[in-house]
Design a protein around this ligand. Structure first.
Ligand SMILES: [Zn+2]
Length: 408
């Protein structure tokens, strides 16, 4: 009996020390390192929405672009900024660049605009090629470092051609995962939260399969407004604007449109993937050969997954519904962050779900809040120098490849 009491006592002390020391050890482990002093484009890797806006204003004024700021919320200072550099003589090619459809992903998107206008734009024949940039499509998500917008809507699931004929219960698997991934109150002690999450997710990953879970999430859902990857139930303000921009592009004088939507958070780390729309007919092999770029996901790729309400899919469907004779190539550039192995997928899910839970039920525990924030940065905007330099190199190579193949 005495021995048992002694063991229980020691266990209680260990648990107490773990719950006191555990959270700060976890925070230390996930804390993003300060970026290096100097690396490629280091001066334009910003950390606030206001800095990004101010920089775009200066950059595009220098280039002599026409600019327009579309109001999303004046009181909160939220705007979608558009910049247009028309073709000087013949309107043949129009390049459309969109950033920040997924709010926080607009930080890396903004850097890529600098890469584009420093390394690519000067090489283009601007007599017949115009460039339209739509920056910070989801300004709320940029300002508040979220993937989702002011209504918790994932804008890249909100581009539905016709809501009247759209089935909101399209995602049959989501209800299964919401039962254990939906927001259910404040996150407490970081150590016990981690332990509880992995136990629950591990159990569900084994019984349901990690792929089932991630497919159920990534595809988008339309029934759980507080859940993750929620696509809304009608056009969001940003969507109305971008749909109109796409329609104007298709109605313009330009014969050939090439659209690149810039994202981060999916795919292998240190690798940017060109993720083609399901409506793009080029296969993976054909795209690799045409673009001189290996990391491609096309409709026939093993890693391809279907989504609903995607901007690039919408662009193709809009072109089809307008019966246009223009050529269109609309694709997504995805910068991998965490990775795409089994455990990476689990981590990505965890960071996504934790952030959403903390959005709806903000924790009182400062350490836990910081752990959630640091993990979310790692998922969409890592500070690691090697990662940042590789994003620049991949973007430059892939963009050159795509434009060489697609511009007339
Ligand atoms: Zn994204």
């Amino acid at each position: 009996m005495k021995k048992l009491l002694c063991v229980l006592g020691v266990l209680a002390i260990i648990l107490l020390i773990a719950s006191l020391a555990g959270p700060s050890i976890i925070l230390k482990a996930v804390q993003q390192d300060a970026p290096a002093e100097s690396y490629a484009y280091s001066e334009v890797f910003f950390d606030t929405y206001d800095e990004v806006r101010k920089h775009h204003e200066e950059l595009f004024a220098r280039l002599g672009a026409e600019s327009y700021s579309h109001v999303i919320d004046e009181a909160d200072g939220l705007y979608i900024d558009s910049f247009y550099l028309p073709a000087a003589e013949d309107a043949t090619n129009l390049i459309v660049l969109t950033t920040g459809v997924h709010g926080i992903e607009g930080y890396i998107g903004s850097v890529m605009l600098d890469v584009f206008f420093t390394e690519i734009y000067p090489q283009l024949d601007t007599d017949d090629t115009g460039v339209l940039t739509i920056a910070n499509v989801n300004p709320y998500g940029m300002k508040y470092m979220r993937r989702y917008n002011e209504n918790n809507v994932d804008l890249n699931r909100n581009f539905i051609l016709d809501w009247d004929s759209f089935d909101l219960s399209v995602n049959e698997k989501y209800p299964q995962v919401d039962s254990f991934l939906g927001p259910i109150g404040k996150i407490g002690n970081a150590l016990w939260h981690e332990a509880g999450f992995y136990l629950s997710l591990g159990k569900n990953a084994i019984t349901k399969g990690a792929d089932t879970i991630s497919d159920a999430l990534l595809g988008g859902q339309y029934e759980y407004p507080q859940g993750v990857y929620y696509g809304g139930n009608g056009d969001e303000a940003s969507t109305v604007y971008l749909k109109d921009v796409f329609a104007q592009c298709l109605d313009s004088e330009y014969e050939n449109i090439v659209h690149i939507d810039i994202h981060s958070g999916y795919g292998p780390r240190y690798n940017m993937v060109i993720f083609n729309s399901v409506y793009e007919t080029m296969s993976e092999k054909e795209s690799q050969a045409a673009f001189g770029y290996d990391n491609i996901i096309a409709y026939d790729s093993e890693a391809f997954y279907a989504t609903t309400g995607d901007t690039t899919d919408f662009f193709y469907r809009l072109a089809e519904s307008l019966d246009t004779d223009k050529s269109l190539f609309s694709t997504c550039f995805e910068f991998g962050t965490i990775g795409d192995e089994f455990f990476d997928t689990i981590l990505s899910l965890k960071y996504t779900v934790d952030e959403n839970r903390n959005h709806w039920y903000p924790t009182d525990n400062e350490t836990s809040a910081e752990v959630v924030h640091q993990n979310y940065l790692e998922l969409f905007y890592p500070t690691e120098t090697q990662w940042r330099e590789k994003t620049v190199a991949d973007f430059a190579q892939a963009t050159k490849g795509v434009l060489d193949a697609k511009l007339k």
